[in-house]
Design a protein around this ligand. Structure first.
Ligand SMILES: Nc1ncnc2c1ncn2[C@@H]1O[C@H](COP(=O)(O)OP(=O)(O)OP(=O)(O)O)[C@@H](O)[C@H]1O
Ligand SMILES: [Mg+2]
Length: 262
């Protein structure tokens, strides 16, 4: 068995940039980003609105490509992956909780959670079990037959969380997963993420809320598209969280090594 320390970081970004060009206006959303995230690490990403958090997460989740620089996922340069390989990694390895939920409007709650598992080729019986379990975990089993439009924002968010965790992803990317939730539901979602983390998943969570950032092992701060060492001044982070590093956990090797298949 390969020792953990010899494995490459799950995520390694080097001098990565992202420039959006619209109507001849250039927006430098990410500039010179260099980040390493170890296997099984739990990282929070915070910074003011518009600083590039969602852009970064989309690139990490292979939903968008950088303009320049390098992104190595499990030691493999992402730009060299073929389209089918990218799709496979996205579908099998990565769970994504979008800031805007991205539920499919004409599918029921149950079908929304089930869809990624179907793409993965999972058998109906296992799908049903996984979907039911995930919906129960977020307290939405009683709404399984509803359409997203019949749910409140917080309820849609909980369905989006269920969809992301149902497939037990190796990497979970969560963009403000508690943004629309009351504190009780927010804590329940945090517990769910913590459980995935304890089982060896690597988690990157964007959050504005220092109470939730505290759940992470490491906090990354962005400002104007760049990584900064300290929380930006206009980010409301109490002093005690600035150096917080709650008890690190030894990642579960067995699940961590699944990444090597990539
Ligand atoms: N598709 C796009 N086309 C053009 N500009 C974009 C696009 N997506 C994002 N941007 C710009 O890139 C910058 C970073 O946006 P991003 O959505 O990553 O910010 P954010 O940190 O997630 O903000 P928030 O906290 O408000 O969600 C912003 O200036 C935004 O206007
Ligand atoms: Mg965002």
């Amino acid at each position: 068995m390969i020792p953990l320390s010899d494995l490459p970081p799950v995520i390694r970004l080097d001098r990565l940039t992202k420039v959006f060009v619209t109507d001849e206006v250039e927006t430098h959303a990410l500039e010179d980003i260099g980040i390493e995230i170890a296997r099984g690490e739990y990282v929070s990403i915070s910074g003011p609105s518009g600083c590039g958090k969602s852009t970064l997460l989309s690139i990490l989740g292979l939903l968008d490509s950088p303009t320049s620089g390098s992104y190595a996922l499990n030691g493999r340069e992402v730009s060299e992956l073929k389209a089918w390989e990218r799709a496979r990694v996205r579908n099998r390895e990565i769970g994504f909780i979008f800031q805007s939920f991205n539920l499919i409007g004409d599918l029921s709650v149950f079908e929304n959670v089930e869809l990624p598992l179907t793409y993965r080729g999972m058998l109906p019986k296992e799908r049903r079990q996984r979907v039911t379990e995930a919906l129960e975990r977020v307290g939405m089993a009683h709404r399984a037959k509803h359409l997203p439009s019949q749910l409140s924002g917080g309820q849609q968010q909980r369905v989006a969380v269920a969809r992301a965790v149902a497939g037990e992803p190796v990497i979970l990317l969560a963009d403000e997963p508690t943004g629309n939730l009351d504190s009780k539901s927010g804590e329940a979602v945090m517990e769910l993420l913590h459980e995935l983390y304890m089982n060896g998943a690597t988690i990157c969570m964007v959050t504005h809320d220092p109470r939730y950032a505290r759940h992470a092992e490491r906090n990354i701060y962005l400002f104007d598209g760049r990584v900064v060492a300290e929380p930006p001044e206009d980010l409301d982070v109490p002093h005690t969280f600035r150096t917080s590093n709650p008890e690190p956990r030894t990642p579960n090797l067995e699940r961590g090594t699944r990444n090597q298949e990539l």
